[in-house]
Design a binder for this molecule. Structure first.
Ligand code: RFL
Ligand code: PHB
Length: 388
């Protein structure tokens, strides 16, 4: 089998890349390790930057997002159980859209199916060959039979645990990593969200986040030690702890109910560079991870896709040098989002070895954010996403 671009991984990055390439007349094949039901059932990101929303519209997959997504013109931050609002519209003339990654993924699958795109799922043992040379190809096993796909380019869209990054020789790759000493315990509940917009809460007991998917589906998170397990947290214990950490006014009106999903995600910052080696380009979580505090992971994956799609389009039009700029262009945005996510995580969480001095500094910085329009503008500019 032959194609122009072999895409390893059928998450949001791989699917959007194949859709944009298709619209530019470039063929691709997507190889996904999991079943489609598994990929579509994963509950992850919830906030889309306006730049991501524009990209999805350009890819022809924005209709349902515009109908069913919820534009948010601001967000709430909270300290010592007192909330304050940062007004994105007033400060930077932008809104984010609350629309789940699960829905983005469904829309992308629907679009690829409508265009008869080739997505091969439940593949095993994906192996990259000659990615650093001139005859790149990918092999895998499906239903006990080995297959081979020859291509011009390989896009590594296979997430943090994928095979693509590991195919690059260690002598070529530099990896930067920070693992945070806590995780996020997240629950989904069929209850109305506690507020119309998100609430990010700093509290001496630990961070909390109130988010949502729609008018009757709420998503809440609590900072917990890395050693905790989701099973050890009863729903009652979760709600009781959440009430202690969020603004008092929100705690009073919080509606609780049984959780329909409960899991713990570890928090890490990770960047691998360069993002290109020969004929292999890394995209999204395969190359970088941010802690979820700034809601940047999916959005960064989408901006990588945008840069790679442009570079490949130019390459197929005869501009062979365009691809040389891909890694530096993507990493420039990645590092800025890595900085913001690290800063916001540090500001909002409680660290195990933290001194009362550190909590005072965090509270002082949050007081500054509550009262300084300039500090708020810098926050808003980063939260809604730097320009592509
Ligand atoms: P994905 O989504 O991990 O998809 C990779 C795909 O590759 C497949 N795969 C393979 N396929 C073939 N062969 C192999 N060897 C393979 N190995 C892996 C996998 O099965 C999978 O289908 O990466 P992608 O496409 O780069 O997308 C990245 C985003 O999923 C991720 O950044 C976000 O979910 C991060 N994130 C958030 N991002 C935001 O922008 N806003 C948010 O509000 C936000 N909240 C979150 C988040 C991530 C979270 N978790 C669970 C990590 C909240 C949480 C709790
Ligand atoms: C979510 O709704 O899952 C969500 C929202 C904002 C974040 C992270 C996760 O910063």
């Amino acid at each position: 089998m032959r194609t122009q671009v072999a895409i390893v991984g059928g998450g949001p990055s791989g699917l959007l890349l194949s859709q944009l390439l298709h619209l530019s007349g470039i063929e691709s094949v997507v190889l996904e390790r999991r079943s489609r039901a598994h990929v579509m059932g994963r509950i992850r990101a919830g906030v889309l930057e306006p730049g991501t929303a524009r990209l999805l519209r350009r890819a022809g997959v924005g209709d349902r997002m515009d109908r069913e997504g919820h534009p948010h013109g601001g967000t709430h931050l909270s300290v010592r159980n007192q909330g304050f609002r940062v007004d994105f519209e007033a400060l930077v003339s932008e809104q984010v859209i609350v629309y789940g990654q699960t829905e983005v993924t469904k829309d992308l699958y629907a679009a690829r199916d409508a265009h008869e795109g080739t997505i091969i799922d439940e593949v095993e043992g994906v192996t990259l060959h000659d990615a650093g040379g001139e005859t790149p190809h990918v092999t895998w096993v499906k239903d006990g039979t080995e297959h081979r796909l020859d291509c011009d380019w390989i896009a590594g869209c296979d997430g943090f645990h994928g095979v693509s990054r590991r195919s690059i020789p260690a002598s070529v790759l530099t990896e930067y990593e920070r693992v945070y000493p806590f995780g996020w315990l997240g629950i989904l509940s069929e209850t109305p969200p506690v507020a119309e917009e998100l609430i990010y809460a700093n509290h001496a007991r630990g961070f909390a986040l109130c988010s949502m998917r729609n008018a009757n589906l709420s998503r809440y998170y609590l900072q917990v030690p890395n050693t905790d397990t989701a099973d050890a947290w009863s729903d009652d214990a979760f709600w009781s702890e959440l009430r202690k950490r969020i603004p008092s006014a929100a705690a009073e009106v919080l509606q609780t109910g049984p959780s329909i999903e409960k899991s713990i995600a570890p928090l890490r910052s990770f960047v691998a560079e360069p993002m290109r080696w020969g004929r292999l380009c890394l995209v999204g979580d395969a190359a970088h991870i941010v802690p979820p505090t700034g809601a940047k992971g999916l959005n960064l994956a989408m901006s990588d896709v945008h840069y790679l799609h442009e570079a490949l389009r130019h390459w197929y039009e005869g501009d062979r040098a365009a691809i040389d700029g891909y890694s530096a262009r993507a990493l420039s945005r990645v590092w800025k989002a890595t900085r913001f996510s690290w800063w916001f995580t540090t500001l909002m969480h409680r660290f195990p070895d933290q001194h009362p001095f550190d909590q005072h500094l965090r509270e002082a910085e949050l007081d500054l954010l509550a009262t300084s329009p300039r500090a708020q503008a810098a926050f808003a500019e980063n939260y809604v996403g730097l320009p592509l």
